[in-house]
Write a protein that binds this ligand. Sequence first.
Ligand SMILES: [Zn+2]
Length: 406
Amino acid sequence: MTEDNSGYPPTEKLYFENAYLKEFTARVIGQEVRGGQRLAVLDRTAFYPESGGQPHDTGFLNGIRVIRVEEENGVIFHYLEGELAANEVRGQIDWERRFDHMQQHTGQHILSQAFYQVVKGETLSFHLGQVESTVEIDIQSIKDVTLFQVERLANDLVFSDVEIKAYFLSEDKIASVPLRKPPKVSGLIRIVEISGFDYSACGGTHCGRSGQVGLVKVIKQERIRGHVRFSFVCGFRALTEFKHRLDWLQAAAHLFSSEEKEVPTAAARTLDELRSLKKKQQRLEENLAIFEATEMLARSQSKIISGLFPDKSPGELKFLALQLVHRAEVMVVLAGLAENSFHLVIAAAENLKTDVRQVIPVLQAEINLKGGGSPTLVQLVSQEKDKAEAALKLVVDLLKEQSGLK
Ligand SMILES: [Zn+2]
């Protein structure tokens, strides 16, 4: 057993030869525990390691779960949930996961070439995610109609069902291949050729024919680092995505009692109605507050007017308080209740030449309150909802004491 990878020979990579290999046999070269995790090195493997934007495979070695696969200096490490007892192993890769990765990865090559042909946009990076994949393209922006041309071209190529093959070329022969991008590695370079369409230097796993990629669809675009990053889905992911989006759209159509294609119009109309109702409601509330203010002043025996309004928002309370102090030489304390808090508005008529802020420190000694304001208007809020009535009474007493008003 070796403590590090320096003693291991490079692993034979069966996925280079055949990306469709789901099961294989191999010999165990070594096992070790690293950072509490058990690792195995084989003489050969079909497990693809995390690399080049493509996630690693998962699966089993002699029935023991392979949870992660990494490559270091040509040696492939299989992270296992247990120890391998035998020296000969049978490996099985999680084919559903791998084929999904092959569809997304091959779809990326096709999409990248389509972007290049339609808008001369070079691919700067690629990431294959759990739900969607992304390519960052070296362009500033793209029109919807042009993006659709890119998608049309990519899907034309898919439906043409052309052959895709991978082979190694030595560096001196690389000039004979019209690569989309210069290779990042030297020595023997692996070429992935999508017949008559795209040549890329790539060490990933790909479909054998373009038809296997299935639908290629861009689902989002965003500006990043001065470029555009496109999220896309291919194959079964495109099917799942279509299902989800249709579910959402149908749920919205059901809510609006409309046809699916009418949802945007129905939503816009509903929002317009909502905005106009809110305006109307505000006007009604203001009218009501003016009426309430008049009523309260007529009824009140005191120059200090107070009241608890369970349903009024802080904005409504403030409006009512201002109506009161604009109409008479009074001081006003209003409290409103919210789900887990209460708010207070304290106001005074300008002519009284008082500063209602004086009550704040006394109040804060009794109740945990936040807020502030001007000499004639203070707004406070407290999480101690059960103390709303006590706060109201305390402020009334303090204002009476400070102002001498009755
Ligand atoms: Zn590739």
